[in-house]
Each structure stands twice: as structure tokens, then as C-alpha cells.
Design a protein around this ligand. Structure first.
Ligand code: COA
Ligand code: ZN
Length: 321
């Protein structure tokens, strides 16, 4: 029987912040991560160890990892693109790394300046070196449905890359719709095929919400037995290397939908909304997923209910009641 527990991996501090114009300070990132932990997030991608010239927003990954809160109860991970990134991650005490293979030639060239074959070799080597150093490893297959440069992606390529990374020792394969171009039917078909290849417990999915299809895509994954999802608070995100990519699916949208469907995420939405309000202050613009307006009116209704209760409590007790 498939479990009703769902694991949310919050990627706002990495995938979210990497595309922002502002450089958020280490101190502020730590406050944001603390707010996410307070909301119940127990798996957080905190940073990437990439070239600071390519992504200046992540230049403080080493300093950040040295100070992360609640390391005993939160599974923190970091993305690493190459051996240099792994060495930095190991020095910073990162407990889990993630490598990224894009499913097309052009996307790998644009993202990390390597061909697909070179990327495969680097990712296999990085995963094996991480495991040898006692660090857990997972692998992303990016642009798994549509590539902004090459168009539709052959599912057979994604299955081959996923198998390759599992054989290299990656514990989890994260299928990423990097630009938010996938639709639920193809997502369901691919995830079912991958679940047959590797087992659904080994799979996770990462959607961007460019066209508002992310929740439908997540539901297609749930139906294929997948119980792990990436998301970003308030839908914060985008990808500087993938034109057209909007933000990640919003964590609050995923939590609201899954909880209403009877699945359990362990995440507290009011506390998550406090983290989103903090993120808005840090990046200097409004955030919020598809449910933002509904959640705001829920807040207003809760305040009205509270005000009504206070009024009743303050009124003199009716005689004889
Ligand atoms: N961390 C820090 N610096 C790194 C690094 C890492 N992991 N890997 C390489 N560098 C440095 C090199 O030391 C070199 O520095 P120098 O110019 O001062 O000598 C410079 O970056 C270029 O190194 P090179 O090996 O020639 O790499 P490149 O120019 O081909 O760039 C990447 C390759 C992977 C480093 C770069 O494209 C990158 O960081 N991409 C990240 C993209 C990303 O974050 N995408 C989103 C997530 S998928
Ligand atoms: Zn992403």
C-alpha cells in the first residue's frame, strides 16, 4: 500500500534565491531557513556550490552551511556541478549533495559548459566520490520533458540517465520540469515508467509553475506512487540558464492541495506564510502561489472569527444562561 506521507524538499533558498536580482545576506538566508524549519520543513536545499561568477547569489554557500540551524532534525542538501563543488561541499560539512544532468546536449552546455556525455561522466564521478566520503547523493534529471533549446525530450533518454545515476549510487532521482512546460499526461506516463524501472520510492519530482500546470503534474506523480516533491516558498524562483522558466511550484500550494486530498506533509501553513512574508521583504517583491488570494481571505475570515469571539467573551454574561 502506498503511504499517505509526503516529503517536501524546500528549494527556495537555492533554486528560489539564485535567480533574484538582490543578493540576500548570509544572515538573512539563515533567518529564512529558520522560518522554514519553524514551519515544519525537514528537507531543505540550502545552497549550491557553483562558480560565484556564474551565480553570485550562491557565493556564500560555505559560510551558510557552517551555520545552518537544527542540523540533527533537518536534512540539508546542496547542489554541486563538478568535483570542485563537491570538494567545497565536503569541506563545509554538507550531508547530502545533488548533481544535475540535463537531458539534452544544449542545456548542459548552457548550464555547466559540458556536453551531455561529459556531464554524465562528471555526475557519476561526483556521486561516487560523495558516497566514498560518507555523504549522501541524489541526482536531478533537468529539462526532463521539454528543453528551452531543443524542444521535446525523448523519455527514453530520461530513463537511461535515471538508471545510470541509480547505478552510480544516487539514492534519489529527481525528475525536473525546469521550465514548467510539462503536462500531466506525459508526467504520469514517465513517472509510471520510471517507477517500474527504479521503484517509486526512489523518485522525486521538481516542477516550475510557468503555465499553472504544476499541481496537476504533481497529482499525476502522486497517482504514479511518487511521494517526494520539490517546491519553493511563495513560488520563489526561476532559472537564469533556462529562458522562460518561471518560479517553482509554491510550497503552500502543494501543501494545501495534498493535505486537502488526505495526504500528510507535516507543514504548518500559517507558519509557512510567515516565512513567505519574510522572503518577500528580503527579495523586495510580492510572492505567492496560485492559492495566495484564497489564503489571504482565509486569514481575513480567521481574524473576523477571532474578533467575534473576543466580542462575545467581553460582553456581560446573560442572566440565567
Ligand atoms: N565552485 C566555485 N568555483 C568554481 C567551481 C565551483 N564548483 N567550479 C569552477 N569554478 C571556478 C574555477 O575555479 C574557475 O575560476 P577562475 O576563473 O577564477 O580560474 C572558473 O570557475 C571557471 O572554471 P571552469 O572549470 O573553466 O568552469 P566553466 O567556466 O566551464 O564553468 C561551472 C562551469 C559548472 C563552474 C559553471 O558553469 C557553473 O558554476 N554553473 C552553475 C550553473 C547553475 O548553478 N545552474 C543552476 C543549477 S542547475
Ligand atoms: Zn528548478
Amino acid at each position: 500500500m502506498t503511504s499517505d506521507a509526503v516529503f517536501i524538499n524546500e528549494v527556495g533558498p537555492r533554486d528560489g534565491l539564485q535567480s533574484q536580482k538582490v543578493l540576500v545576506s548570509t544572515e538573512d538566508k539563515l533567518a529564512l531557513i529558520q522560518a522554514l524549519v519553524d514551519a515544519g520543513l525537514r528537507s531543505i536545499e540550502a545552497a549550491s556550490f557553483v562558480s560565484p561568477k556564474a551565480v553570485p547569489q550562491m557565493a556564500d554557500a560555505d559560510a551558510l552551511f557552517a551555520r545552518l540551524p537544527d542540523r540533527d532534525r533537518v536534512a540539508y542538501s546542496a547542489l554541486v556541478p563538478n568535483r570542485r563543488g563537491l570538494d567545497r561541499a565536503l569541506a563545509a560539512g554538507v550531508p547530502e549533495i545533488a548533481v544535475v544532468l540535463s537531458a539534452t546536449e544544449t542545456m548542459n552546455l548552457r548550464n555547466i559548459n559540458l556536453s551531455l556525455a561529459q556531464t554524465e561522466a562528471v555526475c557519476v564521478e561526483t556521486v561516487q566520490a560523495a558516497l566514498a566520503a560518507g555523504v549522501r547523493a541524489k541526482a536531478y534529471v533537468a529539462v526532463a520533458f521539454t528543453c528551452p533549446f531543443e524542444g521535446a525530450v525523448d523519455p527514453a533518454v530520461v530513463r537511461r540517465l535515471s538508471r545510470l545515476m541509480r547505478e552510480a549510487g544516487a539514492e534519489e532521482i529527481v525528475i525536473a520540469d525546469t521550465i514548467g512546460a510539462a503536462h500531466p499526461r506525459e508526467v504520469g506516463a514517465l513517472m509510471k515508467a520510471l517507477a517500474a524501472d527504479l521503484g517509486a520510492e526512489q523518485l522525486s519530482a521538481h516542477f516550475h509553475d510557468t503555465r499553472g500546470f504544476a499541481l496537476a503534474n504533481i497529482w499525476a506523480c502522486v497517482e504514479a506512487g511518487v511521494r517526494r516533491f520539490d517546491s519553493s516558498l511563495g513560488g520563489l524562483g526561476g532559472c537564469p540558464f533556462a529562458p522562460g522558466a518561471a518560479g517553482n511550484v509554491a510550497t503552500e500550494d502543494v501543501v494545501l492541495m495534498l493535505e486537502q486530498c488526505g495526504l500528510r506533509t507535516g507543514i504548518d501553513i500559517p507558519a509557512l506564510r510567515r516565512a513567505i512574508a519574510l522572503a518577500e521583504r528580503l527579495v523586495g517583491h510580492p510572492l505567492g502561489g496560485r492559492t495566495a488570494r484564497w489564503l489571504q481571505s482565509e486569514d481575513a475570515r480567521a481574524q473576523q472569527r477571532e474578533a467575534a469571539t473576543n466580542t462575545v467573551a467581553a460582553a456581560p454574561a446573560p442572566v440565567g444562561a
